[in-house]
Design a protein around this ligand. Structure first.
Ligand SMILES: Cc1cc2nc3c(=O)[nH]c(=O)nc-3n(C[C@H](O)[C@H](O)[C@H](O)COP(=O)(O)O)c2cc1C
Length: 323
């Protein structure tokens, strides 16, 4: 069964979430997710508070634009200054965010050296101040997304989980990998379970959920909900299909030609959002392996997408390969 999810003052009919992916989770992607799926909510890409507060209104559009046909949205912020985080929290609340999240999981060196992302996990008292800065400046639920510490004993996880809960976070998202791990190591389900068994706030499990079995493995940690990230790219129907499976109703996935058309629609939406067909086509190169995951000539398709110079080229290649 798809279970309802309670977070702070909000209640959601589903406990499946499409999570944040920098470079992917902007409005053109999210609206496709909503067309086929009814997640509890989706996330924006990670947005740096500094950038958000200082960039021109035009440049902000990539991050703040919300399509009319998308649903509940959590804005994810990256911060290394509690005052900026407070201001950015107010701003995204005024912009209509339904939830706001602090990124405490990003493993990238350029983010960690700025004392943001997963670096927050090494300074729990500073992290608590950051969460309080968010809570003091909004009435919407506050989410925190972390990675586990796969190298330590349980003390690290216990301390950080308690600090986040005591500081007032309404929900904790746990990606079951250490910040030192890339994506090839298996997810530490036992460490996600540690949070679900210790905390009273809802814990959302994340990592490698891509099908019914991996979803069941994640739900078996006792998490209140599951977050899907990479597997949703190129198959915006995934949460819809997983929900249908859980509720035992039939689900028909789009035929290949429709998947090709979705890819084109995604990239055309990006071209509008970024006001640049060229830049959208560069982004499309990253998405090709996802949309093309089931086509037999995936390599050739990705190469063909790399050579597309216009949206018409892309549409032509999609018609050729998605048959
Ligand atoms: C290309 C890429 C971009 C990502 N961007 C973000 C991000 O902006 N914010 C974030 O919290 N996590 C980000 N992540 C991590 C994912 O949200 C997620 O935790 C991770 O991919 C594991 O989930 P999955 O196996 O369902 O993909 C990113 C991961 C990838 C591969």
């Amino acid at each position: 069964m798809v279970k309802p999810l309670h977070i702070g003052n909000r209640q959601f009919a589903s406990n499946l979430i499409q999570g944040p992916l920098a470079g992917v989770s902007s409005a053109p992607f999210r609206r496709l997710v909503w067309r086929y799926s009814q997640p509890a909510f989706t996330y924006t890409e990670m947005i740096s508070c500094k950038t958000l507060l200082n960039m021109s209104i035009k440049s902000r559009q990539r991050f703040i634009t919300r399509a009319p046909d998308e649903g509940t949205l959590c804005f994810q912020l990256s911060a290394n200054d509690a005052n900026e985080l407070a201001e950015a929290t107010k701003l995204v609340t005024d912009l209509g965010a339904d939830l706001v999240d602090l990124n405490c999981g990003c493993p990238k060196k350029k983010i960690r050296t700025k004392h943001a992302g997963s670096k927050h996990l090494s300074d729990p008292s500073r992290l608590a101040q950051f969460i309080k800065a968010m809570k003091d400046n909004t009435t919407i639920p506050v989410s925190v997304k972390i990675r586990v510490d796969g190298d330590s004993d349980d003390n690290f996880n216990r301390d950080i989980g308690m600090v986040i809960q005591d500081a007032g976070a309404d929900v904790l998202v746990v990606h079951g990998r250490n910040w030192r791990d890339d994506y090839d190591k298996p997810v530490f389900y036992d460490q996600i379970r540690y949070f679900t068994e210790t905390l009273s706030i809802p814990v959302i499990g994340n990592g490698d959920v891509a099908c019914h079995d991996s979803l069941q493995a994640m739900l078996a940690t006792g998490c209140a909900g599951a977050m899907i990230c990479r597997a949703g790219v190129g198959q915006p129907w995934l949460i819809g299909a997983l929900s249908a499976h859980l509720t035992d109703v039939p689900f028909t996935k789009p035929v290949p030609s429709a998947i090709g058309a979705l890819f084109v629609e995604h990239v055309a939406g990006l071209a509008d959002l970024l006001a640049s067909e060229k830049f959208a086509l560069i982004q499309a190169r990253k998405f090709a392996k996802y949309y093309g995951r089931e086509i037999p000539e995936r390599r050739n398709f990705c190469e063909a997408v790399n050579n597309c110079e216009t949206l018409s080229d892309l549409a032509y290649q999609c018609r050729r390969f998605f048959v």
